[in-house]
Design a binder for this molecule. Structure first.
Ligand code: TXA
Ligand code: MG
Length: 539
Protein backbone atom coordinates (compact mmCIF):
# COMPACT_ATOMS: atom_id res chain seq x y z
CA UNK A 1 0.00 0.00 0.00
CA UNK A 2 1.19 3.51 -0.77
CA UNK A 3 -0.33 6.80 0.29
CA UNK A 4 -2.37 8.15 -2.62
CA UNK A 5 -2.53 11.95 -2.89
CA UNK A 6 -6.04 13.24 -3.63
CA UNK A 7 -5.40 16.30 -5.79
CA UNK A 8 -7.70 18.99 -7.13
CA UNK A 9 -7.51 20.38 -10.67
CA UNK A 10 -5.75 23.57 -9.50
CA UNK A 11 -2.59 24.67 -11.36
CA UNK A 12 -0.57 23.96 -8.21
CA UNK A 13 -1.89 20.39 -7.90
CA UNK A 14 -1.38 19.72 -11.60
CA UNK A 15 2.27 20.78 -11.20
CA UNK A 16 2.60 18.36 -8.27
CA UNK A 17 1.16 15.56 -10.43
CA UNK A 18 3.46 16.45 -13.34
CA UNK A 19 6.47 16.11 -11.03
CA UNK A 20 5.26 12.68 -9.89
CA UNK A 21 5.01 11.56 -13.52
CA UNK A 22 8.51 12.83 -14.34
CA UNK A 23 9.72 10.76 -11.38
CA UNK A 24 8.22 7.59 -12.86
CA UNK A 25 5.10 7.66 -10.66
CA UNK A 26 1.44 6.89 -11.50
CA UNK A 27 -1.28 9.56 -11.63
CA UNK A 28 -4.97 9.05 -12.37
CA UNK A 29 -6.19 11.94 -14.53
CA UNK A 30 -9.56 13.02 -15.83
CA UNK A 31 -10.14 12.89 -19.57
CA UNK A 32 -13.32 13.70 -21.49
CA UNK A 33 -13.98 9.98 -22.04
CA UNK A 34 -13.06 8.21 -18.78
CA UNK A 35 -10.36 8.64 -16.14
CA UNK A 36 -6.94 7.43 -17.27
CA UNK A 37 -4.11 5.92 -15.23
CA UNK A 38 -1.06 7.75 -16.54
CA UNK A 39 2.68 7.14 -16.54
CA UNK A 40 5.59 8.37 -18.65
CA UNK A 41 5.04 6.47 -21.91
CA UNK A 42 8.75 6.26 -22.68
CA UNK A 43 9.67 4.84 -19.28
CA UNK A 44 9.11 1.08 -19.48
CA UNK A 45 9.53 0.60 -15.76
CA UNK A 46 6.89 3.20 -14.91
CA UNK A 47 4.53 1.67 -17.47
CA UNK A 48 4.96 -1.77 -15.94
CA UNK A 49 3.55 -0.43 -12.71
CA UNK A 50 0.31 0.50 -14.52
CA UNK A 51 -0.24 -3.17 -15.36
CA UNK A 52 0.40 -4.15 -11.74
CA UNK A 53 -1.97 -1.52 -10.32
CA UNK A 54 -4.80 -2.55 -12.67
CA UNK A 55 -4.14 -6.29 -12.72
CA UNK A 56 -4.10 -5.90 -16.49
CA UNK A 57 -2.95 -8.77 -18.76
CA UNK A 58 0.47 -7.88 -20.18
CA UNK A 59 -0.64 -8.57 -23.77
CA UNK A 60 -3.08 -5.63 -23.78
CA UNK A 61 -1.29 -2.51 -25.11
CA UNK A 62 -1.81 1.07 -23.91
CA UNK A 63 -2.79 4.34 -25.56
CA UNK A 64 -0.19 7.13 -25.64
CA UNK A 65 -1.69 10.54 -24.83
CA UNK A 66 -0.33 13.82 -26.18
CA UNK A 67 -1.29 17.48 -25.70
CA UNK A 68 -0.26 18.86 -29.10
CA UNK A 69 0.02 17.33 -32.55
CA UNK A 70 3.69 18.41 -32.62
CA UNK A 71 4.39 15.97 -29.75
CA UNK A 72 4.08 13.08 -32.19
CA UNK A 73 7.08 14.17 -34.19
CA UNK A 74 8.96 15.92 -31.36
CA UNK A 75 9.00 12.64 -29.41
CA UNK A 76 9.24 10.37 -32.52
CA UNK A 77 6.24 8.37 -31.28
CA UNK A 78 5.29 6.91 -34.66
CA UNK A 79 7.08 5.56 -37.69
CA UNK A 80 5.14 7.86 -39.99
CA UNK A 81 2.35 10.33 -39.27
CA UNK A 82 0.46 9.59 -42.46
CA UNK A 83 -1.76 11.91 -44.48
CA UNK A 84 -4.82 10.03 -43.45
CA UNK A 85 -3.82 10.32 -39.79
CA UNK A 86 -3.34 14.05 -40.25
CA UNK A 87 -6.77 14.45 -41.77
CA UNK A 88 -8.38 12.55 -38.91
CA UNK A 89 -6.38 14.56 -36.35
CA UNK A 90 -7.55 17.77 -37.94
CA UNK A 91 -11.17 16.67 -37.85
CA UNK A 92 -11.35 15.04 -34.41
CA UNK A 93 -8.41 16.13 -32.22
CA UNK A 94 -8.39 17.11 -29.50
CA UNK A 95 -11.12 14.58 -28.77
CA UNK A 96 -12.13 10.97 -28.23
CA UNK A 97 -10.41 9.35 -31.21
CA UNK A 98 -7.42 6.99 -30.90
CA UNK A 99 -5.34 6.13 -33.96
CA UNK A 100 -3.14 3.07 -34.35
CA UNK A 101 0.00 3.70 -36.40
CA UNK A 102 3.37 2.03 -36.94
CA UNK A 103 5.32 2.65 -33.74
CA UNK A 104 8.46 4.72 -33.29
CA UNK A 105 11.60 3.04 -31.92
CA UNK A 106 11.33 4.91 -28.60
CA UNK A 107 8.07 3.17 -27.66
CA UNK A 108 8.89 0.53 -25.05
CA UNK A 109 7.47 -2.98 -25.40
CA UNK A 110 5.49 -2.43 -22.20
CA UNK A 111 3.34 0.15 -24.06
CA UNK A 112 2.85 -1.74 -27.32
CA UNK A 113 2.82 -5.20 -25.72
CA UNK A 114 5.42 -6.18 -28.26
CA UNK A 115 3.29 -5.19 -31.29
CA UNK A 116 4.83 -3.14 -34.08
CA UNK A 117 2.14 -0.49 -33.68
CA UNK A 118 1.23 2.19 -31.17
CA UNK A 119 -2.08 3.83 -30.23
CA UNK A 120 -2.07 7.64 -30.00
CA UNK A 121 -4.72 10.04 -28.81
CA UNK A 122 -4.97 13.74 -28.00
CA UNK A 123 -7.61 14.22 -25.30
CA UNK A 124 -9.66 17.42 -25.14
CA UNK A 125 -10.03 17.59 -21.36
CA UNK A 126 -8.25 20.75 -20.18
CA UNK A 127 -6.83 19.06 -17.06
CA UNK A 128 -5.39 16.15 -19.05
CA UNK A 129 -3.84 18.54 -21.57
CA UNK A 130 -2.43 20.79 -18.90
CA UNK A 131 -0.92 17.80 -17.08
CA UNK A 132 0.67 16.47 -20.28
CA UNK A 133 2.06 19.93 -21.15
CA UNK A 134 3.47 20.56 -17.68
CA UNK A 135 5.14 17.16 -17.63
CA UNK A 136 6.59 17.60 -21.11
CA UNK A 137 5.96 13.86 -21.58
CA UNK A 138 3.72 11.62 -23.62
CA UNK A 139 1.54 9.69 -21.19
CA UNK A 140 0.60 6.04 -21.49
CA UNK A 141 -2.84 5.74 -19.93
CA UNK A 142 -5.40 2.96 -19.86
CA UNK A 143 -8.72 3.52 -18.13
CA UNK A 144 -8.09 3.85 -14.37
CA UNK A 145 -10.20 0.88 -13.27
CA UNK A 146 -9.26 -2.54 -11.98
CA UNK A 147 -9.03 -4.74 -15.06
CA UNK A 148 -12.47 -6.18 -15.93
CA UNK A 149 -14.50 -3.59 -14.01
CA UNK A 150 -16.46 -0.72 -15.57
CA UNK A 151 -14.26 2.22 -16.61
CA UNK A 152 -14.24 5.11 -14.08
CA UNK A 153 -16.02 8.34 -14.96
CA UNK A 154 -15.53 10.13 -11.63
CA UNK A 155 -12.64 10.49 -9.19
CA UNK A 156 -14.73 8.54 -6.66
CA UNK A 157 -14.79 5.53 -9.02
CA UNK A 158 -11.00 5.75 -9.31
CA UNK A 159 -10.60 5.94 -5.53
CA UNK A 160 -12.75 2.79 -5.23
CA UNK A 161 -10.36 0.85 -7.45
CA UNK A 162 -6.96 2.51 -7.09
CA UNK A 163 -6.58 4.08 -3.65
CA UNK A 164 -3.37 2.85 -2.07
CA UNK A 165 -1.99 1.56 -5.37
CA UNK A 166 -0.89 4.76 -7.15
CA UNK A 167 0.79 8.05 -6.22
CA UNK A 168 -2.02 10.49 -7.00
CA UNK A 169 -5.57 11.00 -8.25
CA UNK A 170 -6.64 14.31 -9.77
CA UNK A 171 -10.33 15.12 -9.33
CA UNK A 172 -11.56 16.88 -12.45
CA UNK A 173 -15.28 16.20 -12.06
CA UNK A 174 -17.34 13.79 -14.17
CA UNK A 175 -16.12 12.70 -17.59
CA UNK A 176 -18.57 14.19 -20.06
CA UNK A 177 -18.36 11.56 -22.83
CA UNK A 178 -18.46 8.58 -20.48
CA UNK A 179 -17.28 5.81 -22.84
CA UNK A 180 -13.72 5.31 -24.01
CA UNK A 181 -12.39 6.75 -27.25
CA UNK A 182 -13.11 5.31 -30.67
CA UNK A 183 -10.06 3.24 -31.64
CA UNK A 184 -9.25 3.06 -35.34
CA UNK A 185 -6.29 1.30 -36.89
CA UNK A 186 -4.67 2.87 -39.94
CA UNK A 187 -2.17 0.07 -40.54
CA UNK A 188 -4.67 -2.31 -42.15
CA UNK A 189 -5.36 -2.10 -45.88
CA UNK A 190 -8.59 -0.31 -45.15
CA UNK A 191 -8.90 1.69 -41.89
CA UNK A 192 -10.82 -0.33 -39.33
CA UNK A 193 -12.63 0.52 -36.12
CA UNK A 194 -11.37 -1.70 -33.31
CA UNK A 195 -13.45 -0.10 -30.57
CA UNK A 196 -16.50 2.11 -31.18
CA UNK A 197 -16.95 5.34 -29.25
CA UNK A 198 -18.97 8.51 -29.64
CA UNK A 199 -17.05 9.47 -32.76
CA UNK A 200 -19.00 7.23 -35.07
CA UNK A 201 -18.18 5.22 -38.14
CA UNK A 202 -20.37 7.57 -40.17
CA UNK A 203 -18.50 10.67 -38.94
CA UNK A 204 -15.12 9.12 -39.75
CA UNK A 205 -16.28 8.01 -43.19
CA UNK A 206 -17.30 11.58 -43.93
CA UNK A 207 -13.61 12.50 -43.57
CA UNK A 208 -11.65 9.56 -45.05
CA UNK A 209 -14.19 7.49 -46.98
CA UNK A 210 -15.22 3.87 -46.41
CA UNK A 211 -13.86 2.09 -43.37
CA UNK A 212 -14.46 -1.30 -41.75
CA UNK A 213 -15.66 -2.35 -38.33
CA UNK A 214 -13.68 -5.19 -36.77
CA UNK A 215 -15.76 -8.32 -36.27
CA UNK A 216 -14.83 -8.38 -32.56
CA UNK A 217 -16.74 -5.12 -32.03
CA UNK A 218 -20.15 -6.78 -32.20
CA UNK A 219 -19.48 -10.50 -31.94
CA UNK A 220 -17.71 -12.89 -29.67
CA UNK A 221 -14.33 -14.02 -30.90
CA UNK A 222 -13.64 -17.73 -31.00
CA UNK A 223 -11.00 -18.69 -28.49
CA UNK A 224 -8.40 -19.33 -31.17
CA UNK A 225 -9.18 -16.20 -33.18
CA UNK A 226 -6.57 -13.52 -32.75
CA UNK A 227 -7.93 -10.15 -31.64
CA UNK A 228 -6.73 -7.16 -33.69
CA UNK A 229 -7.21 -5.18 -30.52
CA UNK A 230 -6.19 -7.38 -27.61
CA UNK A 231 -8.53 -5.48 -25.27
CA UNK A 232 -11.51 -6.87 -27.19
CA UNK A 233 -11.04 -10.44 -26.09
CA UNK A 234 -11.45 -9.86 -22.38
CA UNK A 235 -14.70 -9.86 -20.45
CA UNK A 236 -15.13 -6.24 -19.64
CA UNK A 237 -17.13 -3.61 -17.92
CA UNK A 238 -18.85 -6.18 -15.75
CA UNK A 239 -20.57 -5.30 -12.50
CA UNK A 240 -20.79 -8.03 -9.86
CA UNK A 241 -24.39 -8.74 -10.79
CA UNK A 242 -24.99 -10.92 -13.83
CA UNK A 243 -25.92 -8.81 -16.86
CA UNK A 244 -28.17 -10.14 -19.62
CA UNK A 245 -29.13 -8.10 -22.67
CA UNK A 246 -32.79 -8.22 -23.65
CA UNK A 247 -33.63 -7.33 -27.23
CA UNK A 248 -37.21 -6.42 -28.03
CA UNK A 249 -39.83 -3.68 -28.31
CA UNK A 250 -40.33 -1.35 -25.33
CA UNK A 251 -43.60 -2.86 -24.11
CA UNK A 252 -42.21 -6.38 -24.50
CA UNK A 253 -39.18 -5.47 -22.45
CA UNK A 254 -41.27 -3.89 -19.69
CA UNK A 255 -43.58 -6.87 -19.42
CA UNK A 256 -40.63 -9.29 -19.47
CA UNK A 257 -38.99 -7.46 -16.54
CA UNK A 258 -42.17 -7.21 -14.52
CA UNK A 259 -43.03 -10.87 -14.91
CA UNK A 260 -39.46 -11.92 -14.16
CA UNK A 261 -39.49 -9.80 -11.03
CA UNK A 262 -42.70 -11.41 -9.78
CA UNK A 263 -40.95 -14.75 -9.67
CA UNK A 264 -37.49 -13.62 -8.75
CA UNK A 265 -36.92 -10.67 -6.42
CA UNK A 266 -33.21 -10.51 -7.27
CA UNK A 267 -34.00 -9.20 -10.76
CA UNK A 268 -33.23 -5.58 -11.69
CA UNK A 269 -33.50 -3.50 -14.86
CA UNK A 270 -31.05 -1.30 -16.74
CA UNK A 271 -33.45 0.64 -18.91
CA UNK A 272 -34.39 3.90 -20.57
CA UNK A 273 -35.89 6.83 -18.68
CA UNK A 274 -39.04 6.50 -20.83
CA UNK A 275 -39.89 3.11 -19.29
CA UNK A 276 -38.72 3.41 -15.72
CA UNK A 277 -42.14 4.30 -14.28
CA UNK A 278 -43.69 1.18 -15.80
CA UNK A 279 -41.09 -1.15 -14.32
CA UNK A 280 -41.83 -2.73 -10.93
CA UNK A 281 -38.36 -4.15 -10.38
CA UNK A 282 -35.53 -1.99 -9.03
CA UNK A 283 -34.29 -0.09 -12.07
CA UNK A 284 -31.38 2.08 -13.12
CA UNK A 285 -31.97 4.47 -16.00
CA UNK A 286 -29.46 5.14 -18.77
CA UNK A 287 -31.26 8.26 -19.95
CA UNK A 288 -33.91 9.08 -22.52
CA UNK A 289 -34.27 6.49 -25.26
CA UNK A 290 -33.34 8.84 -28.09
CA UNK A 291 -30.48 10.57 -26.24
CA UNK A 292 -27.61 8.22 -27.03
CA UNK A 293 -24.92 10.62 -25.86
CA UNK A 294 -26.54 10.91 -22.50
CA UNK A 295 -26.74 7.12 -22.30
CA UNK A 296 -23.05 6.85 -23.15
CA UNK A 297 -22.17 9.33 -20.43
CA UNK A 298 -24.24 7.39 -17.88
CA UNK A 299 -23.31 3.87 -18.91
CA UNK A 300 -20.45 3.03 -16.57
CA UNK A 301 -21.91 4.91 -13.65
CA UNK A 302 -25.15 2.99 -14.23
CA UNK A 303 -23.32 -0.34 -14.26
CA UNK A 304 -21.70 0.54 -10.93
CA UNK A 305 -25.04 1.75 -9.57
CA UNK A 306 -26.56 -1.63 -10.34
CA UNK A 307 -24.22 -3.20 -7.80
CA UNK A 308 -25.54 -0.88 -5.12
CA UNK A 309 -29.08 -2.29 -5.42
CA UNK A 310 -29.80 -4.53 -2.44
CA UNK A 311 -29.79 -8.23 -3.22
CA UNK A 312 -29.46 -7.87 -6.98
CA UNK A 313 -28.61 -11.09 -8.83
CA UNK A 314 -29.49 -10.56 -12.48
CA UNK A 315 -29.74 -7.29 -14.38
CA UNK A 316 -31.73 -7.28 -17.59
CA UNK A 317 -30.43 -4.46 -19.77
CA UNK A 318 -32.57 -3.22 -22.65
CA UNK A 319 -30.43 -3.84 -25.71
CA UNK A 320 -29.57 -0.75 -27.79
CA UNK A 321 -29.45 -0.72 -31.56
CA UNK A 322 -25.84 -1.08 -32.70
CA UNK A 323 -25.84 1.98 -34.96
CA UNK A 324 -24.16 5.39 -34.62
CA UNK A 325 -23.32 6.08 -30.98
CA UNK A 326 -25.49 3.03 -30.19
CA UNK A 327 -22.65 0.86 -31.50
CA UNK A 328 -20.44 2.02 -28.61
CA UNK A 329 -23.20 1.30 -26.09
CA UNK A 330 -23.91 -2.12 -27.56
CA UNK A 331 -20.20 -2.98 -27.65
CA UNK A 332 -19.78 -2.23 -23.91
CA UNK A 333 -23.04 -3.83 -22.80
CA UNK A 334 -22.58 -7.05 -24.75
CA UNK A 335 -19.21 -7.48 -23.01
CA UNK A 336 -20.69 -6.68 -19.61
CA UNK A 337 -23.20 -9.44 -20.45
CA UNK A 338 -20.48 -11.85 -21.62
CA UNK A 339 -22.49 -12.02 -24.88
CA UNK A 340 -25.69 -13.34 -23.31
CA UNK A 341 -28.73 -11.99 -25.16
CA UNK A 342 -32.41 -12.84 -24.85
CA UNK A 343 -34.44 -12.11 -27.97
CA UNK A 344 -38.09 -11.34 -27.32
CA UNK A 345 -40.07 -12.51 -30.35
CA UNK A 346 -41.77 -9.79 -32.29
CA UNK A 347 -45.16 -11.52 -31.85
CA UNK A 348 -48.11 -11.18 -29.56
CA UNK A 349 -47.73 -14.10 -27.17
CA UNK A 350 -50.69 -15.44 -25.24
CA UNK A 351 -49.82 -17.77 -22.38
CA UNK A 352 -52.43 -20.44 -21.79
CA UNK A 353 -52.35 -22.38 -18.56
CA UNK A 354 -54.65 -23.88 -15.98
CA UNK A 355 -55.42 -27.05 -14.11
CA UNK A 356 -55.56 -30.37 -15.84
CA UNK A 357 -58.96 -31.24 -17.23
CA UNK A 358 -60.11 -27.61 -17.26
CA UNK A 359 -60.21 -27.44 -21.05
CA UNK A 360 -56.96 -25.82 -22.06
CA UNK A 361 -56.60 -27.72 -25.30
CA UNK A 362 -60.17 -26.94 -26.31
CA UNK A 363 -59.41 -23.26 -25.81
CA UNK A 364 -56.14 -23.61 -27.77
CA UNK A 365 -58.13 -25.16 -30.64
CA UNK A 366 -60.58 -22.26 -30.63
CA UNK A 367 -57.71 -19.77 -30.75
CA UNK A 368 -56.10 -21.69 -33.60
CA UNK A 369 -59.34 -21.34 -35.55
CA UNK A 370 -59.22 -17.61 -34.83
CA UNK A 371 -55.82 -17.40 -36.53
CA UNK A 372 -53.30 -17.92 -33.74
CA UNK A 373 -50.42 -20.36 -34.01
CA UNK A 374 -50.51 -22.71 -31.04
CA UNK A 375 -47.14 -23.78 -29.65
CA UNK A 376 -47.47 -26.71 -27.32
CA UNK A 377 -45.01 -27.04 -24.46
CA UNK A 378 -45.59 -30.80 -24.36
CA UNK A 379 -44.63 -31.06 -28.01
CA UNK A 380 -41.56 -28.89 -27.48
CA UNK A 381 -40.61 -31.11 -24.54
CA UNK A 382 -40.80 -34.23 -26.69
CA UNK A 383 -38.53 -32.57 -29.23
CA UNK A 384 -35.90 -31.20 -26.87
CA UNK A 385 -35.27 -34.46 -25.06
CA UNK A 386 -33.87 -35.79 -28.33
CA UNK A 387 -31.30 -32.95 -28.51
CA UNK A 388 -27.82 -34.41 -27.88
CA UNK A 389 -27.07 -31.81 -25.21
CA UNK A 390 -30.24 -32.61 -23.28
CA UNK A 391 -29.77 -36.35 -23.62
CA UNK A 392 -26.25 -36.03 -22.29
CA UNK A 393 -27.47 -33.98 -19.32
CA UNK A 394 -30.21 -36.51 -18.58
CA UNK A 395 -27.72 -39.39 -18.66
CA UNK A 396 -25.38 -37.46 -16.38
CA UNK A 397 -28.23 -36.91 -13.92
CA UNK A 398 -30.06 -40.24 -14.06
CA UNK A 399 -27.63 -42.80 -15.49
CA UNK A 400 -28.11 -44.56 -18.81
CA UNK A 401 -31.62 -43.62 -19.98
CA UNK A 402 -31.13 -44.36 -23.67
CA UNK A 403 -32.52 -47.22 -25.73
CA UNK A 404 -30.18 -49.36 -27.88
CA UNK A 405 -30.84 -47.01 -30.84
CA UNK A 406 -29.64 -44.06 -28.68
CA UNK A 407 -33.10 -42.51 -28.52
CA UNK A 408 -34.50 -41.61 -25.12
CA UNK A 409 -36.17 -44.35 -23.08
CA UNK A 410 -39.22 -42.25 -22.22
CA UNK A 411 -40.99 -44.73 -19.94
CA UNK A 412 -37.78 -45.12 -17.96
CA UNK A 413 -37.36 -41.34 -17.59
CA UNK A 414 -41.00 -41.03 -16.57
CA UNK A 415 -40.59 -43.73 -13.91
CA UNK A 416 -37.47 -42.09 -12.50
CA UNK A 417 -38.92 -38.58 -12.60
CA UNK A 418 -42.11 -39.50 -10.81
CA UNK A 419 -40.33 -41.59 -8.19
CA UNK A 420 -39.45 -38.52 -6.13
CA UNK A 421 -39.92 -34.79 -5.95
CA UNK A 422 -36.13 -34.23 -6.22
CA UNK A 423 -35.91 -36.26 -9.41
CA UNK A 424 -38.79 -34.40 -10.97
CA UNK A 425 -37.20 -31.09 -10.01
CA UNK A 426 -33.92 -32.20 -11.53
CA UNK A 427 -35.62 -33.27 -14.74
CA UNK A 428 -37.38 -29.91 -14.96
CA UNK A 429 -34.21 -27.95 -14.24
CA UNK A 430 -32.54 -29.70 -17.16
CA UNK A 431 -35.38 -29.55 -19.66
CA UNK A 432 -37.28 -26.33 -18.92
CA UNK A 433 -34.70 -23.86 -20.30
CA UNK A 434 -34.47 -25.88 -23.51
CA UNK A 435 -38.24 -26.18 -23.81
CA UNK A 436 -38.69 -22.43 -23.42
CA UNK A 437 -35.88 -21.70 -25.89
CA UNK A 438 -37.55 -23.97 -28.43
CA UNK A 439 -40.95 -22.37 -27.89
CA UNK A 440 -39.42 -18.91 -28.38
CA UNK A 441 -37.74 -20.07 -31.53
CA UNK A 442 -41.03 -21.42 -32.87
CA UNK A 443 -42.71 -18.15 -31.91
CA UNK A 444 -40.07 -16.12 -33.74
CA UNK A 445 -40.69 -18.19 -36.88
CA UNK A 446 -44.47 -18.35 -36.65
CA UNK A 447 -46.50 -17.21 -39.64
CA UNK A 448 -49.18 -15.63 -37.51
CA UNK A 449 -48.59 -12.42 -35.58
CA UNK A 450 -50.23 -14.06 -32.56
CA UNK A 451 -48.98 -17.21 -30.89
CA UNK A 452 -50.38 -19.20 -28.00
CA UNK A 453 -48.05 -20.91 -25.53
CA UNK A 454 -50.13 -23.90 -24.48
CA UNK A 455 -48.26 -24.84 -21.33
CA UNK A 456 -49.56 -26.58 -18.22
CA UNK A 457 -46.29 -25.59 -16.52
CA UNK A 458 -46.13 -22.09 -17.99
CA UNK A 459 -44.96 -20.58 -14.67
CA UNK A 460 -42.62 -23.35 -13.51
CA UNK A 461 -40.81 -23.28 -16.83
CA UNK A 462 -40.47 -19.49 -16.76
CA UNK A 463 -42.28 -19.19 -20.10
CA UNK A 464 -44.73 -16.75 -18.51
CA UNK A 465 -42.07 -14.02 -18.70
CA UNK A 466 -42.37 -13.89 -22.46
CA UNK A 467 -46.14 -13.56 -22.59
CA UNK A 468 -48.01 -10.37 -23.35
CA UNK A 469 -51.08 -11.80 -21.75
CA UNK A 470 -51.65 -14.86 -19.59
CA UNK A 471 -54.98 -16.63 -19.62
CA UNK A 472 -55.81 -19.42 -17.20
CA UNK A 473 -58.60 -21.86 -17.85
CA UNK A 474 -60.42 -22.90 -14.69
CA UNK A 475 -63.25 -25.26 -14.07
CA UNK A 476 -65.07 -26.81 -11.12
CA UNK A 477 -63.36 -29.83 -9.64
CA UNK A 478 -66.13 -32.35 -10.36
CA UNK A 479 -66.22 -31.24 -14.00
CA UNK A 480 -62.46 -31.69 -14.32
CA UNK A 481 -62.62 -35.14 -12.76
CA UNK A 482 -65.43 -36.11 -15.12
CA UNK A 483 -63.42 -34.98 -18.17
CA UNK A 484 -60.24 -36.74 -17.06
CA UNK A 485 -62.04 -40.01 -16.42
CA UNK A 486 -63.51 -40.05 -19.90
CA UNK A 487 -60.36 -38.67 -21.59
CA UNK A 488 -57.49 -40.48 -19.91
CA UNK A 489 -59.39 -43.50 -18.70
CA UNK A 490 -57.88 -43.46 -15.23
CA UNK A 491 -59.36 -44.06 -11.80
CA UNK A 492 -60.45 -41.43 -9.33
CA UNK A 493 -57.57 -41.97 -6.90
CA UNK A 494 -54.86 -41.34 -9.51
CA UNK A 495 -56.76 -38.26 -10.60
CA UNK A 496 -56.90 -36.94 -7.04
CA UNK A 497 -53.16 -37.53 -6.77
CA UNK A 498 -52.45 -35.72 -10.02
CA UNK A 499 -54.64 -32.80 -9.00
CA UNK A 500 -53.06 -32.44 -5.59
CA UNK A 501 -49.69 -31.81 -7.27
CA UNK A 502 -51.06 -28.82 -9.16
CA UNK A 503 -51.35 -25.17 -8.31
CA UNK A 504 -54.53 -24.00 -6.63
CA UNK A 505 -57.19 -21.98 -8.38
CA UNK A 506 -56.06 -18.97 -6.34
CA UNK A 507 -52.56 -19.30 -7.75
CA UNK A 508 -53.79 -19.20 -11.34
CA UNK A 509 -56.08 -16.27 -10.62
CA UNK A 510 -53.25 -14.32 -8.99
CA UNK A 511 -50.78 -15.01 -11.80
CA UNK A 512 -53.03 -14.46 -14.81
CA UNK A 513 -54.26 -11.37 -16.56
CA UNK A 514 -57.47 -13.08 -17.42
CA UNK A 515 -59.37 -16.15 -16.27
CA UNK A 516 -61.81 -18.10 -18.42
CA UNK A 517 -64.19 -20.44 -16.60
CA UNK A 518 -65.19 -23.53 -18.47
CA UNK A 519 -68.20 -24.79 -16.56
CA UNK A 520 -70.87 -24.40 -19.17
CA UNK A 521 -71.38 -25.52 -22.75
CA UNK A 522 -68.87 -25.56 -25.58
CA UNK A 523 -70.67 -22.74 -27.38
CA UNK A 524 -70.53 -20.57 -24.24
CA UNK A 525 -66.82 -21.30 -23.99
CA UNK A 526 -66.25 -20.50 -27.64
CA UNK A 527 -68.04 -17.17 -27.31
CA UNK A 528 -66.02 -16.24 -24.25
CA UNK A 529 -62.70 -17.17 -25.89
CA UNK A 530 -63.60 -15.21 -29.03
CA UNK A 531 -64.46 -12.18 -26.93
CA UNK A 532 -61.17 -12.32 -24.99
CA UNK A 533 -59.11 -13.02 -28.09
CA UNK A 534 -60.55 -10.09 -30.03
CA UNK A 535 -60.01 -7.78 -27.10
CA UNK A 536 -56.37 -8.86 -26.93
CA UNK A 537 -55.87 -8.07 -30.57
CA UNK A 538 -57.70 -4.75 -30.17
CA UNK A 539 -60.14 -5.88 -32.85
O1 TXA B 1 -10.81 7.01 -23.95
C1 TXA B 1 -9.83 6.27 -23.84
O2 TXA B 1 -9.27 5.77 -24.81
C2 TXA B 1 -9.28 6.02 -22.42
C3 TXA B 1 -8.75 7.33 -21.87
C4 TXA B 1 -8.06 7.15 -20.56
O3 TXA B 1 -7.95 7.94 -22.82
N1 TXA B 1 -8.27 5.01 -22.45
C5 TXA B 1 -8.54 3.71 -22.63
O4 TXA B 1 -7.46 2.88 -22.58
O5 TXA B 1 -9.66 3.30 -22.79
P1 TXA B 1 -7.58 1.29 -22.42
O6 TXA B 1 -6.19 0.84 -22.19
O7 TXA B 1 -8.58 0.95 -21.38
O8 TXA B 1 -8.02 0.79 -23.80
C6 TXA B 1 -7.13 0.82 -24.91
C7 TXA B 1 -7.63 -0.07 -26.02
C8 TXA B 1 -7.51 -1.52 -25.67
O9 TXA B 1 -8.65 -2.20 -26.19
C9 TXA B 1 -6.23 -1.93 -26.40
O10 TXA B 1 -6.23 -3.31 -26.70
C10 TXA B 1 -6.28 -1.06 -27.62
O11 TXA B 1 -6.81 0.16 -27.17
N2 TXA B 1 -4.92 -0.82 -28.17
C11 TXA B 1 -3.93 -0.10 -27.63
N3 TXA B 1 -2.84 -0.16 -28.39
C12 TXA B 1 -3.14 -0.91 -29.46
C13 TXA B 1 -2.42 -1.35 -30.63
N4 TXA B 1 -1.17 -1.01 -30.84
N5 TXA B 1 -3.07 -2.14 -31.51
C14 TXA B 1 -4.35 -2.49 -31.30
N6 TXA B 1 -5.08 -2.11 -30.23
C15 TXA B 1 -4.48 -1.34 -29.32
MG1 MG C 1 -10.05 -0.07 -20.24
Amino acid sequence: MIKTLHLSDSEQDILTAAAILKDGGLVAMPTETVYGLAADALNGQAVRRIFEAKGRPADNPLIVHIADIEDIERLSLVEEFTDMARRLAEAFWPGPLTMILGKGDVIPDEVSSGLSTVAVRMPSHPVARSLIRHSGLALAAPSANTSGKPSPTTAAHVIDDMDGRIEAIIDGGSSSVGVESTVITLVTQRPRILRPGIITREEIEAVIGDIEVDSAVLERLDDEEKASSPGMKYKHYAPKARVILVRGADDKYVSFINRSYRQDRSVAALCYEDDIDKINAPAVSLGAKDDLRKQASRLFDALREVDRIDGVGTVYAHCPEARGVGMALYNRLIRAAAFTVIDLPDKRIIGLSGQTGAGKSVVADIMRRLGAEVISADMAAREVVEEPEVKAALCAAFGDVLLPDRSLDRPKIARIAFSSREHLQRLNDITHPHIVARMLDKAAHAESDTVVFDAPQLFEAGADRYCDCIISILSAKDKRIERLISRDNIDKDSIELRMSAQHSEEFFIAHSDCVIRNDGTLSELTQEVERVYRRLRYE
